[in-house]
Structures are given as structure tokens and as C-alpha cells.
Ligand binder design. Structure first.
Ligand code: F6P
Length: 539
């Protein structure tokens, strides 16, 4: 029997068992099904994975060549085969003595040079050595989308306690409302605009960049002097008019959604300073080292990936909720949506063959405790099982609000406990003792208060959300996505699935102005919607 077959057999058996039974049968389960890295712990004991399933999952990772692919990635091989590129985001956070080669050439000297230039520029702005035409820079507007937005935007919010630089705003959507609302109230004379785009062709970013330039030109004699750019396409940044000393490049072997560690993180560097940014890189490096060195069954990214594969590809749970009990991680689910779904939402394997199992899961979530008052109802009592991934720090950043942090932690732990234990009909009846109900009516009411329990979750705990810990967390998820992709045999580093919509949008835009005949090739629904828009926009 294949290993997938063995896992499916194990899962059929597990279906008839309660996770609580695993705890009853094994006193050491909570610690044995936890992985440590320094002071960070991933507890996956509240899943229905038993020792046998874990052994099979680890063997699956071995058989699918995770260790070899990992070495190939860190070794600069062109593992992004559909684009013919190496995958070296890890180089952007490598230490001072690292040597990483692509085609025999060490890429580190150039990376260090760009990192040093970006840090120096950030510090010049922060210390008032780089000035706007009206004085010190008070506001930074980062214009970018997808990987050129989500990572730095997520991290800027996450690291708010370290934010002592200028205000940093992120504009991504081509919806003019986004840039209009952002620029409203800003002073063009003291605003720095960063145009962040790997390709420097993305229509949303280039449109917003032109809007920002017009806005600045209305008040500032030399708007280009208050623009910086981050891109792999330096010919295009020059054509846009941005002086080369404020252009920070990176190589095409850093994927957009993996790029927050380098100059795409400039907005974050401006917010928290070069030293704190470096601490975040150190945290990521710490996770990289662990990922390379730890045995597979004690390797946090590998274990998180195997839990994900168990839930999605083996148990058939199509979605995964990411539930940070940390308001400052509010953008983590959105960031992970791109990281995981753009990486592993593929229908063919590396060789172009149809996948013989599901691709990566739908990822979604919101911070706790807000989600508890919104969608947790379905997680607890709905008919679908949603594996949940909780994250929570032992300490907050507001010593005077420590009592609120305790409440936050209590809520997080209570949710995973409730998912695990549930509440039986007897318990539900007992909880209604004061209602004065009896017999069938008591049963009827009690049934609504039953929680099936036996619902899986993992919990990632860490002392406090610092730059170092954030770096660890993000690198953990990056490597998890990598491992899941390798096991599924897909290329996690291309994103062809975003292209068709982009092409059609370019073709559709002129039809909004044109006559009805030009739309004749469109399907009837699209034609009708175009007609509706044309008629209303003309009003
Ligand atoms: O459309 C998807 C995508 O290519 C992402 O992969 C990328 O992060 C984003 O667009 C932005 O691309 P760029 O940085 O080239 O503007």
C-alpha cells in the first residue's frame, strides 16, 4: 500500500476516535506532540494525529524529498522550474559571513550592499538628514500590491511598539478611494513616496504612483526628489524619473510574496529603524537554521506542514483558520492568504500533470477575540470541520493593561479547549437546570447547546511579539508552505493563475468607454454588466 493509502487507512480509524482518547491513552502526549524552538512552542497535540500517523507523515516528507529540495533551495538551485529561477529569499536574511551562490557566483556581497544602502537611507530619513521640500519627512506612502504590500504592511502593524519613525501608510488597491483617502490630510512637502514593485509594471501600482506624483507636483517643485523605488527593473524606475540613489534593487530569485526581508521592507525600516529590522532578520535566520538542522519530527515548519497536509489532503478539510490572539497581527491572515494560496493553489505538478489530490487549503482568519463574536459559531457547531491555528504571546506590550492580556490569553486557550472537549447532551441539560424545563422540551432546547468537540487545532505560543519573534513566525510559515508544496509535487514559486484576469482587465478597460459593438465577443453576462456600467457612468 502507498504511504498515502496507509495514511488514509489511519485517518479512517481516527475518524471513530475522540482526540481526548489520545490524551487518556498517553500521559506524555501534550509534550510529545509539541515542538520547541528557543522559547517558542508549537503544540499540535489537539489534533487527531497519533504516533503512527506522525511516523507515516514524516516518512511521506522523506519519500517526497523534502530534505533534498530544502538543500537545493538553500544551495541556490533553480527550483522554480517554470520560471527558471533560484528561490533565495533566505539569502536576504542570511548572516554577515554567509556565502550563497547562484550559478557559481556569490550573491551575498550585492545583497549586503543593497541592505546597507536601504538601511542608510531609512536612517537618513528618520534622523532628518534626508528632507522633504517642506522639512523633515513626517509621512511615508508605500505604493505596492500583493507581495510588495502585504508583508511590510502586516509587519508595520505587528511591530507598532517599535514604531518611532515617520507615519507609514500603505496604498495597494487601484480603487482611487484607497489613495485618495490616504493622501487626504498629508502634506506633500513632507511626504516620501515609495513605489514598491518587483516588476514595475503592475497596473495598480503604476496607476497609484502616477496619481501620487500628480498630487505632489501640485505643491512641490521637484516631486521626483521625494520618490524612492524598490524594484528588480531599474530601467523602468529610471524611466519613471526616480534617481538611482533612491532606487533599491533585488533579484528575480526573490519571489514577491517572500520579499519583505529586503528593500521591499523599506517602509517597515523607516517605521522601526534599521536595528529593529535587523532583529527581525535574525529571528527569520534562527528559524532557517532550525529548519535546516532539526530532525523532521522535531522540525517546526515540517511539523506544521505535516499537520496541514493531514487536515487538508488526508482528512479533506478544505479550509484552515489562522486565529492570532494579537490585534497587531490583524493583517497576518491576509498576508498568509497570499503566501499560502498563491504558492500552493496549483492544479498541476512540476511536470505539468494533474494533481492526484487537493492543492493547498483556503486560508482565512481574523484576530481573536473579535472572531469569537462573528464566525466561531460555525467553527464550534457548524457541520464542516475547520482546523484552527491559534497564535498567542505570553506577554503583551502594555504593562498597565496586563489584566487585559490575561483575558486575551484565557480566551485563546478556552477556544482550543472548547473545540477539543465540546459539550455533551447531558452537560447541556445540566447547564439548563435553572430554566425549569423537563422531558422533550428540555432535550429540544439542550440539543442546541451541544458542542460536538473533537475539533482539531494547533497553538503557537511565544514570550512576546518582538521583531525577532515576528521574523521567526513569518519564516516558519514560509518554510511550511515550501514543505507542503514539495510533498504535493507542485512549484510553490510561480503564480500563473493571476495572469488571465490581468490580461482580460486590460482588454476590458477600453470597452467601458467604447460602443456596444466592441463588446460583442464577450459572453452575455459580461456584455450585460458592461452595458449597465456604461449607461450609469454616462449619467
Ligand atoms: O499578481 C500577482 C503578483 O504578481 C504577486 O505575485 C506580486 O506579489 C504582486 O502581483 C505585485 O507584483 P509587483 O511587485 O511586481 O508589482
Amino acid at each position: 500500500m502507498s504511504i498515502w493509502g496507509e495514511l488514509a487507512k489511519n485517518q479512517r480509524f481516527a475518524e471513530g476516535r475522540h482526540i481526548l482518547d489520545l490524551f487518556s491513552a498517553d500521559d506524555a502526549r501534550a509534550s510529545d506532540f509539541s515542538v520547541h524552538l528557543n522559547d517558542m512552542v508549537l503544540d499540535y497535540s489537539k489534533t487527531n494525529i497519533d504516533r503512527g500517523a506522525r511516523d507515516l507523515l514524516v516518512q511521506l516528507a522523506q519519500d517526497r524529498g523534502v530534505e533534498g529540495r530544502r538543500a537545493a533551495m538553500f544551495g541556490g538551485e533553480r527550483i522554480n522550474e517554470t520560471e527558471g529561477r533560484a528561490v533565495l529569499h533566505v539569502a536576504q536574511r542570511a548572516g554577515d559571513d554567509a556565502v550563497i551562490t547562484v550559478d557559481g557566483a556569490d550573491v551575498m556581497p550585492q545583497l549586503r550592499d543593497i541592505r546597507a544602502r536601504a538601511c542608510a537611507f531609512a536612517e537618513d530619513v528618520r534622523q532628518g538628514r534626508f528632507l522633504g521640500q517642506g522639512g523633515a519627512i513626517t509621512d511615508v506612502v508605500n505604493i505596492g500590491i500583493g507581495g510588495s504590500d502585504l508583508g511590510p504592511a502586516m509587519a508595520t502593524l505587528a511591530l507598532a511598539p517599535w514604531h518611532d519613525g515617520p507615519r507609514v501608510h500603505y496604498v495597494s488597491n487601484v480603487d482611487g478611494a484607497h489613495i485618495a483617502d490616504t493622501l487626504k490630510g498629508l502634506n506633500p512637502e513632507t511626504t516620501l513616496v515609495i513605489v514598491a514593485s518587483k516588476t514595475f509594471t503592475t497596473i495598480e501600482t503604476m496607476t497609484n504612483a502616477r496619481t501620487a506624483r500628480d498630487w505632489m507636483a501640485a505643491r512641490v517643485s521637484d516631486p521626483a526628489a521625494q520618490f524612492a523605488a524598490v524594484s528588480t527593473a531599474q530601467d523602468k524606475t529610471a524611466a519613471f524619473g526616480i534617481a538611482s540613489e533612491r532606487v533599491f534593487g533585488f533579484e528575480d530569485w526573490v519571489g514577491g510574496r517572500y520579499s519583505m526581508w529586503g528593500p521591499i521592507g523599506l517602509g517597515l525600516m523607516l517605521a522601526i529603524g534599521a536595528q529593529n529590522f535587523d532583529d527581525m532578520l535574525r529571528g527569520a535566520r534562527d528559524m532557517d537554521q532550525h529548519f535546516c538542522d532539526a530532525p523532521l519530527d522535531r522540525n517546526m515548519p515540517v511539523v506544521l506542514a505535516l499537520v496541514g497536509l493531514w487536515h487538508n489532503q488526508i482528512c479533506g478539510h478544505a479550509t484552515r483558520a489562522v486565529l492570532p490572539y494579537d490585534q497587531r497581527l490583524a493583517r497576518l491572515p491576509a498576508y498568509l492568504q497570499q503566501l499560502e494560496m498563491e504558492s500552493n493553489g496549483k492544479r498541476v505538478d512540476m511536470a505539468g500533470r494533474d494533481l492526484d489530490r487537493q492543492s493547498g487549503p483556503v486560508v482565512w482568519g481574523e484576530p481573536g477575540t473579535n472572531g469569537q463574536h462573528a464566525f466561531y459559531q460555525l467553527i464550534h457547531q457548524g457541520t464542516r470541520i475547520v482546523p484552527c491555528e491559534f497564535l498567542v504571546a505570553a506577554r503583551g506590550h502594555e504593562p498597565h493593561l496586563a489584566h487585559q492580556h490575561k483575558l486575551l490569553v484565557a480566551n485563546c486557550l478556552a477556544q482550543s479547549e472548547a473545540l477539543l472537549r465540546g459539550r455533551t447532551l447531558d452537560e447541556a441539560r445540566a447547564s439548563m437546570a435553572d430554566k425549569g424545563l423537563e422531558g422533550a422540551e428540555l432535550d429540544r432546547q439542550a440539543r442546541h447547546r451541544v458542542f460536538p468537540g473533537n475539533r482539531p487545532s494547533t497553538t503557537l505560543v511565544y514570550p512576546q511579539l518582538t521583531p525577532f519573534v515576528l521574523g521567526q513566525i513569518i519564516a516558519l510559515y514560509e518554510h511550511r508552505v515550501f514543505v507542503e508544496g514539495v510533498v504535493l509535487g507542485i512549484n510553490s514559486f510561480d503564480q500563473w493563475g493571476v495572469e488571465l484576469g490581468k490580461e482580460l482587465a486590460v482588454a476590458l478597460a477600453p470597452l467601458l468607454d467604447g460602443d456596444g459593438e466592441a463588446a460583442a465577443s464577450k459572453d452575455p453576462s459580461t456584455r450585460g454588466l458592461l452595458e449597465y456600467m456604461r449607461a450609469r457612468q454616462a449619467e
